[in-house]
Design a protein around this ligand. Structure first.
Ligand code: NAI
Length: 799
């Protein structure tokens, strides 16, 4: 268990406020401090405030906190977590730093200012309080030069990436003076409580990710100028084609801010001694000019790209490096780009690109070559092992593969031979690897992954003990049963896991079959079941194509059977005699919600976008989702209290009719997709482990399945109330005729039909009317148009 219960963040700028927000997401009470303003704003003057008033003195920190509500995507899991953040200022509230467990500094990137701040912090500091800096690259040990030995033993770097809620990487940088137990404590806290992927870095300029990332951006920039290309053309190559984010090079720079980039680049240039390396971090004239003109990127409205209004509507223009004027964008076209797009594996994709003799291939080769050589040459300077470098680039820059994984993918021997031909110096690490006879940096087997260490030996890649790796378990023969859409896997301790692996994990007949198999198998031979997977998203719903095809063919008996089976299968999950825990993460939509709701528990990833979104495709939930959500809202309500029922039904109606989707697991609680007893895991890599623990705990506590329920419904009166509400929205033009039709069907289902108010109905009755409504909507031409639109355009149609 962590002892960090209370924290303080100093500096309420871009990073400080967002770090405070994320600490609050994790349930940590946080004091957010900044400097006292020197001047009053016009508004403050008008209110008659003075520089002595507390609201003025706290204004900078408060403004930082207020920004958290406005930023998109939201830094907060839920508005209410902001209550955990208390704002203040460094003069009146300095003593509060002595009352917390961890102080993190995120003020301006300036050594002298940071040094003098830590001198102040030490005055109120008490042994035991961890103090850290979020600096992007200033030396950690220099920041606390002059501080006592004891203070320095509690001091380290904790470098978050922007935005801290969403970026997985946290670099932890201890110094020689840092107490190793505090380092382990911080690592465990960051991983489990803050959900971060921690990489241990050394106290070298810009640490790991920014050192290599910025080098790569510089190399790309300089090559663009040399080749006379445009940022748009380069971005065609350096984005998805190379396994990097879509924002590629120049859109990334615009997002980071060109001034920040210059700052970070300068920091390395000033700190390193090697002449060639210094040159690599030299900021090109063009960039300096852009910064001088205030063309800083997204935050100033223009950078390498600029949004303009034209006759055609909004258009994005790009800066031509030669003319220094903005022009329409164009793409670099090359056969290698097409080939890499069609590749089936990452390996094929990268090889098709980097070894191609066309403009895209040559550019990709040059950039990759430089980054790979640079990364290898930085070991052991910036990190002792290559795993840390690979993870830092994946988690901090969203690359699909870290440099050494990339190198393995394109083939070490083949690429090194070409590098030598081109006169490059090969770093000792790589020479050592090849001399040992090994062909790649990683050696993967079913049992374990091993990685090459400087010095010539392969060592096991350490994973967090809470990581369950489904692919590895399958390689180890732990597959119990499986088909094209899903697999049942033994995850140890007599717990089985049902993994979906269809495209986007959409549910079709094969998955339904596999759920039924799982129910039987687990009932006979296991202690319980986890439903989860390690794809990019939990489940986007039922296979819409299948529904649309049957509906277009007017194959009603077939569609009826399909829906019946879905409902029945969800029922068997709910009533099976062993505990079932769903582990949704990222997107859990439609059918993805419907498989989660009947489970005994949900163990959710904190990043959870969950919603019954069927109305967007002209339908309503058909797999028991209406009934399950209704049951959740009714839970614990006195059924005799008729007045209490209607507002609850209204909530369910609103949630489904408006296809509300949570933006976090915490928000999913508001919609009652999650209940109080359901768990939330901050670190997505630990999700399946935590879900398994829930199964074991339920089993150990003497699990008994729930009994089918009878439910009092609002009936005809309630139906009319809901319909009237929807009619009002139709009248005011807020919804379309077809929305209204869907809403009335939904109202009918949620009201329990037109029975008298207060009638007790059973679950099967609710499922039957749900299925009827679903089928009748599937037959509507406008609903079919919605389905088609979603399938072809991947967004909802409003008709
Ligand atoms: P910022 O400029 O947005 O915020 C800095 C804050 O420091 C301001 O609120 C300012 O009022 C306060 N401040 C200024 N002088 C101060 C003083 N003498 N004492 C106390 N507070 C003072 O800066 P940002 O971007 O939030 O950066 C903060 C730190 O985080 C820097 O060390 C930066 O290198 C690092 N960082 C920044 C990242 C980014 O993407 N912006 C990413 C990772 C780290």
């Amino acid at each position: 268990m962590t002892r960090i219960k209370k924290a303080a963040v100093i500096g309420a700028g871009v990073m400080g406020a967002a770090i405070a927000g994320h600490l609050a997401n994790a349930g940590i009470r946080t004091v957010l401090l900044d400097i006292v303003p020197k001047e009053l704003t016009e508004k403050e003057k008008a209110k008659g405030l003075t520089l002595e008033d507390r609201v003025v003195r706290n204004r900078i920190a408060q403004t930082g906190k207020d920004r958290l509500f406005k930023e998109k995507p939201s830094p907060l899991f839920h508005k209410k977590v902001a209550d955990l953040i208390e704002t203040g200022n460094l003069e009146d509230d300095l003593h509060k730093l002595g009352e917390v467990d961890w102080v993190i500094e995120a003020i301006v990137e300036n050594l002298n200012i940071k040094q003098s701040l830590f001198a102040d912090v030490e005055k109120v500091w008490k042994p035991g309080i961890i103090v850290s800096s979020n600096t992007s690259g200033i030396s950690i040990r220099e920041m606390v030069a002059g501080r006592s030995e004891e203070f320095r033993s509690h001091f380290l770097g904790t470098h978050f990436f922007n935005p801290p809620r969403y970026m997985k990487l946290l670099e932890i940088i201890p110094t020689e003076a840092t107490d190793p137990t505090l380092v382990s404590e911080m690592k465990a806290f960051a991983e489990s409580v803050l959900g971060k992927g921690v990489v241990m870095a050394k106290d070298t300029p810009n640490f790991i990710a920014n050192r290599i990332g910025v080098y790569g951006l510089q190399v790309t920039f300089q090559k663009m100028l040399e080749e006379g290309l445009g940022p748009d053309e380069v971005d065609t190559v350096t984005g998805r084609a190379m396994g990097r984010p879509k924002s590629a090079t120049f859109r990334t720079l615009d997002l980071v801010g060109l001034d920040t980039f210059v700052h970070v680049s300068d920091n390395v240039r000033e700190s390193v001694t090697d002449a060639e390396e210094k040159k690599a971090f030299e900021v090109p004239e063009l960039l300096k000019e852009m910064v001088n003109k205030g063309w800083l990127g997204a935050k100033s409205g223009q950078g390498f790209f600029k949004r303009v209004k034209t006759e055609k509507g909004k258009e994005i223009l790009v800066l031509d490096p030669q003319t220094k004027e903005y022009r329409p964008r164009k793409k670099l076209k090359a056969p290698s780009l097409e080939m890499s797009k069609r590749a089936k594996t990452v390996k094929e994709q990268l090889r098709a690109l980097v070894y191609a003799d066309d403009p895209a291939g040559r550019l990709a080769w040059y950039i990759s070559k430089k980054v790979l050589l640079y990364s290898a040459a930085r070991i052991p300077e910036i990190a002792d092992d290559i795993v840390s470098v690979d993870r830092a680039m994946r988690w901090g820059f969203n690359w699909d593969l870290g440099p050494f994984e990339f190198w393995d993918a394109i083939g070490v021997e083949k690429s090194v031979a070409r590098m030598k031909e081109e006169g490059e110096t090969i770093p000792p690490l790589v020479e050592e690897l090849l001399a040992s006879g090994a062909k790649s940096f990683y050696e993967k087997s079913a049992e374990e992954d091993r990685v090459f260490y400087p010095g010539g030996k392969f060592t096991r890649v350490e994973e967090h003990p809470k990581v369950i790796n489904l692919a590895k378990l399958k390689e180890q023969g732990k597959l119990i049963k499986g088909n094209k859409g899903a697999s049942l896997i033994d995850i140890g301790d007599d717990v089985a896991l049902l993994e979906f692996h269809s495209p986007k994990n959409a549910i079709a007949t094969d998955i339904i079959q596999m759920i039924n198999t799982a129910v039987k198998e687990v009932s006979d031979n296991y202690r319980g079941l986890v439903i989860g997977n390690q794809g990019s998203t939990f489940c986007v719903g039922a296979n819409l194509m299948l529904i649309l095809m049957e509906a277009q063919d007017q194959n009603w008996p077939e569609l009826d059977l399909m829906v019946r089976q879905f409902q029945k299968t969800m029922g068997s999950l709910r009533y099976m005699d062993k505990p079932v825990v769903a582990a949704p993460f990222n997107m859990a939509l439609g059918g993805g919600v419907e498989v989660s709701l009947p489970c005994d528990r949900i163990q959710a990833s904190s990043e959870l976008y969950m919603g019954l979104v069927e109305t967007g495709v002209g339908l309503i939930p058909g797999g028991g989702g209406n009934k399950e959500l209704l049951l959740r809202w009714m839970d614990g309500v006195d059924p005799k209290d008729r007045v209490a029922l209607q507002p609850l039904v209204n909530h369910v109606f609103e949630t489904i009719a408006m296809a509300k989707v949570s933006t976090s697991a915490m928000e999913a609680r508001d919609y009652k997709f999650l209940r109080r007893e359901d768990g939330i895991t901050m670190n997505g890599d630990h999700l399946l482990y935590d879900a398994k623990q829930q199964v074991l705990a339920l089993d150990a506590a003497g699990y008994r399945p729930p009994q089918p329920k009878k439910i009092p419904v609002v009936g005809e009166t309630g139906y009319n109330t809901l319909r009237l509400g929807a009619y009002g929205m139709l009248q005011s033009g807020y919804i379309s005729e077809h929305d209204y039709k869907i809403a009335t069907k939904l109202a009918y289902v949620l009201a329990g039909g037109t029975v008298p108010e207060g009638t007790w109905v059973d679950e099967q009755y609710l499922l039957d009317i749900e299925r009827e409504a679903f089928l009748s909507l599937a037959g509507e031409p406008k609903s079919q148009q919605r389905m088609m639109h979603m399938l072809t355009k991947n967004k909802p149609l409003r008709n």
